[in-house]
Write a protein that binds this ligand. Structure first.
Ligand SMILES: *Cc1c(COP(=O)(O)O)cnc(C)c1O
Length: 456
């Protein structure tokens, strides 16, 4: 490939990008100063831009990539499926990959979750979960259960229903007039404990808060919604062990369904296939997306128990049908990518390799804790968050206008690592296929980038 052609393409792409694209979660006015990196190809954990520069994909293309880019097995599965059919609907028809993907999911899902309702992304999987939980109670003689309980700092997507569940003011506050009311209980955040206690001496005082909320309003609540173990968008908040199990018990006691949003944490990110496995619980409804296709194509599923499913059966005229469905539901190409992704987990024994990588990441992150502007380093599995603070002793955050997280990621980008911050938290969530050498490089670059950004 000639350099001049690439460079011409690069300029042209930047121009059209500036003129016509509107990027997600992006202040477009800044694009003038900080042009977009335009990715042209990728291999394994490395992205390559139109100028030929390579970047370690430290957030797995926004928490989706599992086995690396251009994985031969997934690529091959997609090519084979393309020769058969790219899309055919699940509205009134079925298709082979949608069925095979369901069977494959049955092999890995916590037992008891046995109905798969497909949709296209994490937000729609959560919309489906909300409507399912609501309708379940309507059709099982508890029509007063119309409300939802969620955690502070929650993030469940960007559609109006999932934004209603959300607890991140920066993203969600403006839309309040459009949203339905959701009760939020304080998230178990050990670095900034809402109960001013410390684990394990606290004996999970945060669960008492949840218990009080359920005692007060339990009879009108349809479901508790939470991200098990790690609240991703809240800043990689790692919940203390026992919280999920305790919350599940409380839900059962109060007749409240538990909706586990495994969109971010599912597919190995916490070290097990699903985060719920760590605490031996089976939620009533689970949402999965992001990693399900290995990060190749949009696909999501809302999975539930036979008990929930049975509440929707009846004669058509009884109107117990679940009236919901998206145009691309059960898309054959996406399902083929999902099947291949689950096959790679088996072929490469992906989960068995994780403990060594998780330990290597922990070792690489340890020196960062000593940095004067690093308040907290949180890790669960291959997910990590490094919280930057203005004052380490008082935990005073940096003013959000300083965009300290963003500054660190720009430094990292210069050094060949791509990540995306959440406020003052530097986020790491590489593909599970990352090597130990790449983990070492990643930690070294992040350390240098934090030092560079916070000293200037
Ligand atoms: C990303 C995410 C979503 C939304 O998924 P989209 O595919 O972006 O709609 C929902 N819940 C959690 C926990 C997420 O991390």
């Amino acid at each position: 490939m000639s350099h001049s052609i690439t460079n011409f393409a690069h300029e042209e792409l930047q121009h059209v990008s500036r003129q016509h694209l509107w990027y997600p979660f992006t202040q477009m006015q800044e694009l003038e100063r900080e042009p977009m990196v335009v990715i042209e190809s990728a291999q394994g954990c490395w992205l390559q831009d139109t100028s030929g520069k390579r970047y370690l994909d430290a957030v797995g293309s926004i928490w989706t990539n599992v086995h690396g880019h251009c994985h031969p097995h997934i690529d091959e599965a997609l090519r084979r499926q393309l020769d058969r059919v790219a899309h055919s609907t699940l509205l009134g028809l079925s298709n082979v990959p949608a069925i095979e993907c369901a069977r494959k999911l049955m092999e890995i899902l916590p037992s008891g979750l046995e109905r798969i309702f497909y949709s296209d992304n994490g937000s729609t999987a959560m919309e489906v979960a909300l409507k399912m939980a609501f309708q379940y109670h309507q059709q099982t003689g508890q029509p007063q259960r119309t409300r939802f309980l969620a955690l502070s700092g929650a993030y469940h997507g960007d559609t109006i229903g999932s934004v209603s569940l959300g607890g991140i003011d920066l993203f969600h506050a403006l839309y309040r007039p459009l949203l339905f009311e959701v009760e939020h209980v304080p998230a178990p955040n050990c670095y900034r404990c809402p109960c001013q206690a410390s684990f394990p001496g606290c004996r999970l005082a945060c669960l008492d808060v949840l218990e009080r909320a359920l005692e007060q309003d339990g009879q009108t609540i349809a479901a508790l919604v939470l991200e098990p173990l790690v609240q991703g968008a809240a800043g990689m908040l790692v919940h203390p062990p026992g919280y999920l199990k305790g919350a599940h018990e409380l839900c059962q006691r109060h007749g409240v369904l538990l909706i586990a949003d495994e969109v971010a944490v599912g597919f190995g990110k916490t070290g097990r296939m699903f985060a719920c496995e760590h605490e031996g619980i089976v939620p009533d409804i689970m949402a999965i997306a992001k990693g399900i296709t290995g990060g190749y194509l949009p696909l999501a599923a809302t999975v539930t128990t036979d008990r929930v499913y049975q509440a929707f059966l009846g004669e058509f005229a009884e109107l117990r049908t679940f009236f919901h469905g998206h145009t691309f539901t059960g898309n054959p190409l996406a399902c083929a990518a999902a099947i291949a992704t689950m096959e790679v987990f088996e072929q490469e024994r992906t989960l068995e390799q994780l403990p060594a990588k998780i330990a290597r990441l922990a070792a690489g992150l340890t020196p960062l804790k000593a940095h004067s502007q690093v308040g907290d380093v949180r890790q669960r599995g291959t997910m990590a968050g490094i919280e930057l603070v203005r004052d380490k002793a008082s935990k005073e955050p940096y003013d959000y206008r300083l965009r300290m997280g963003q500054r660190v990621t720009l430094e990292a980008r210069r050094r060949g690592v791509f990540t995306r911050p959440l406020g003052n938290v530097v986020v790491l969530m590489p593909p599970l296929s990352i090597t130990t050498e790449e983990i070492d490089l990643l930690c070294q670059v992040i350390g240098e980038s934090i030092a560079a950004a916070t000293s200037s």
